[in-house]
Ligand binder design. Structure first.
Ligand SMILES: [Mg+2]
Length: 325
């Protein structure tokens, strides 16, 4: 089965490798920095943000500093979460979509030669790619376990190997919680989401208890973390949005590149933790490792429009000959 999978990946050009016991050996060939991140055993969502040492600043009160950093860099790598960041949270996850203004701003950014956009989401890769649907963007699904740039693709092998066990866990969770009104179990092939936004408070607590108890019997392979009215069941491997961001940066080359990351969820804290040299922005108010905050997706859209304008200005100023000669 493993050989068959490897062959099919070779045919489709998908890169993959294991990240558990042989993580360091496998990855050191690819990237010493990535091996370092994996060896640190970073765990997402339960990360202690109390270690932050700086105040989180309102982004729009600090545009002068952002503009200075944009002016000093060669390239920008812009990472964006989707739900709650680019698109407003909806009661039913299937209804979440980009606003026309956000779509326009994102499309303009995706066409810039000096900037690369990556959308990184807990949704399946196929879902987030279809939902955004803008060419020239790197898409990362399942919290970075699967990544596609259009010209290259990548999956974390260890997560794909756990698929049969995840299927069994999914069946058990469905048997227990899908009969509860307002609960949706979403099988994303490499991870599961249990949405309970439409459940009563009483049922929401019941769902959390049941999913945690069932997953505990699979704890050698899977862990549960809690997002905004959603439980995420994910492989117990050292791979999260932070690791994925590091991998993408290495893949594209880090030289004179400024990384900007905007996200609203606890899973985005893993990315903030590895981007201490970049610009990190948490959407909504929460304890966070991010340096800046924005209130909601409307302001994220405003920031994207501002970024387009700031890059236009920067390019104009570098093209205009100095009057002093
Ligand atoms: Mg989000």
């Amino acid at each position: 089965m493993r050989n068959g999978w490897a062959e099919s990946q070779a045919q489709t050009g998908i890169l993959s490798f294991s990240v558990t016991s042989n993580a360091s050996a496998g990855l050191s060939r690819f990237s010493p920095l990535l091996s370092l991140v994996l060896d640190s055993g970073l765990e997402h969502a339960e990360r202690d943000v109390s270690c932050k040492t700086t105040m989180t600043l309102t982004l729009f009160d600090n545009l002068v500093e952002i503009e200075r950093r944009i002016g000093a860099t060669g390239r920008i790598l812009l990472f964006l979460d989707f739900d709650g960041t680019l698109a407003s949270i909806t009661e039913e996850p299937a209804r979440a979509q980009l606003s026309p203004a956000a779509r326009t701003a994102l499309t303009e950014l995706s066409r810039r030669h000096e900037l690369t956009v990556a959308v990184i989401s807990g949704r399946r890769l196929s879902d987030i790619r279809a939902r955004v649907g803008i060419p020239g963007i790197i898409y990362a699904g399942n919290h970075g376990l699967e990544i596609d740039s259009g010209s290259w693709s990548f999956r974390v092998f260890e997560a794909t190997r756990l698929r049969p066990i995840l299927l069994s866990l999914c069946r058990q969770i469905r048997d227990e919680v899908e009969c509860i009104p307002g609960v949706l179990v979403e099988d994303k092939l490499l991870t599961l989401s249990v949405h309970y936004r439409l459940a009563s408070d009483y049922d929401a607590k019941r769902v959390v208890r049941l999913v945690r108890a069932i997953t505990a019997t699979f704890s050698d392979w899977f862990k549960v973390t809690q997002g905004r009215k959603v439980l995420e069941v994910r492989p117990r491997i050292s791979w999260d949005k932070g690791t994925a961001v590091t991998w993408i940066r290495q893949r594209l080359g880090n030289h004179n590149t400024l990384a900007i990351y905007v996200g609203d969820d606890s899973t985005d804290e893993d990315a903030f933790a590895v981007l201490r040299d970049g610009i990190s922005v948490r959407v909504g108010s929460s304890d966070t490792l991010a340096g800046y905050e924005l209130a909601d997706p409307d302001l994220v859209c405003r920031f994207l429009r501002w970024l387009n304008s700031a890059l236009d200005l920067r390019n104009e100023s570098t093209r205009t000959p100095s009057s002093s000669g």
